[in-house]
Design a protein around this ligand. Structure first.
Ligand code: SAM
Length: 301
């Protein structure tokens, strides 16, 4: 087993940020990451590539399929924090680990694809689910850009429990009705687009899950988000804040929307926090958020 890359992050981390999306640049910043080798540069028969969602971060939160896929993988590739979250029985069994710090999503994903094209069985890992603000799509785009095919690599996505669901579980049942997820990271999506999505979601009465809520370089995004939510929702609207779900530093609080903005400057809200904003029917009962699904209007109970 070897760890090929242990260099420190150069991305200007703040508080306890650990998100790979916290790369400082805004959506219009150019990237220097370029895809290199193509399928013709590899002589070996292709191996396989699987994108594995680890769930919230503790070993019990991983699905059995995810665990099996990682055991089957010869090489495991991921952001350093996620590789560190893997149980020892999995990392000890792998032939190689390749981890990189925050940023570098494109080069890390390309490394995984290249290793698979070179004939290895490769897993690329991430927190939660590979289809939620994660690298599942990027992996396919890179395979395509190299002139390879997903079928030649037996490409597979192994789902994991997304942060929205693991965090919702910690505060009760806030998301049982129509829900929208919005990331406040403007690394890849311009802030005006994020703002208009927030307006639409808040106006239309969705419960809203906020991913990537706060970083020092993006504190304005968090403030703007709180402002927009308050334009459409009562300040008393219940909001669940879950930091580090399933991890050693987990913290859970239920607050009112009017108090949310001030919490952006505390350790509770950073890039390992997910925020769950109730809709107009959400209430707090016995320290749990409850969003009625509508049964109460049709049934007596
Ligand atoms: C790049 S996104 C990855 C999302 C992930 N693929 C998923 O399905 O949850 C990173 C964001 O997910 C949320 N997140 C990831 N793990 C979390 C955890 N254990 N507790 C709370 N939020 C978490 C945070 O909002 C963080 O900024």
């Amino acid at each position: 087993m070897s760890t090929d890359d242990t260099t420190e992050s150069k991305c200007g981390a703040s508080k306890t940020e650990t998100s790979e999306s916290n790369c400082g640049g805004s959506a219009d910043a150019s990237t220097e990451e370029k895809v290199g080798a193509t399928v013709d540069d590899f002589d070996a028969d292709p191996g396989s590539l699987v994108a594995v969602g680890l769930g919230p971060g503790h070993a019990d939160g991983m699905t059995r399929r995810a665990r099996a896929a990682l055991h089957e993988a010869e090489h495991i590739v991921g952001y350093t924090t996620y590789i560190d979250l893997l149980p020892d029985e999995i990392t000890d069994a792998a032939d190689e680990l390749y981890d990189t710090p925050m940023c570098g999503e494109v080069s890390r994903t390309e490394e995984a694809v290249d290793r698979a094209l070179a004939g290895n069985h490769v897993a690329i890992v991430g927190s939660g689910d590979p289809n939620v603000y994660a690298l599942g799509g990027l992996a396919l785009e890179i395979v395509e850009s190299k002139g390879a095919t997903a079928s030649a690599l037996d490409f597979e996505v192994v789902p994991g429990v997304p942060a929205a669901q693991s965090c919702a579980a910690r505060v009760g049942a806030p998301l049982v009705n129509d829900t929208v997820s919005i990331s406040l990271s403007d690394h890849l999506t311009p802030m005006p687009t994020i703002e208009s999505r927030l307006h639409a979601a808040a106006k239309e009465g969705f419960t809203i899950t906020i991913y990537n809520p706060w970083s020092r370089k993006r504190r304005d995004n968090f403030e703007k988000c709180c402002e927009i939510l308050l334009e459409h929702r009562d300040p008393e609207t219940p909001v669940g804040i879950v930091h580090g779900a399933g991890r050693e530093d987990e913290r859970v609080e239920i607050v009112e929307l009017g108090d949310l903005e001030a919490l952006g400057e505390t350790d509770l809200v950073d890039m390992t926090t997910t925020i769950l904003v109730g809709n107009e029917d959400t209430y707090v009962w016995d320290d749990r958020m409850v969003t009625p699904r509508g049964y109460e209007s049709k049934y007596d109970y």
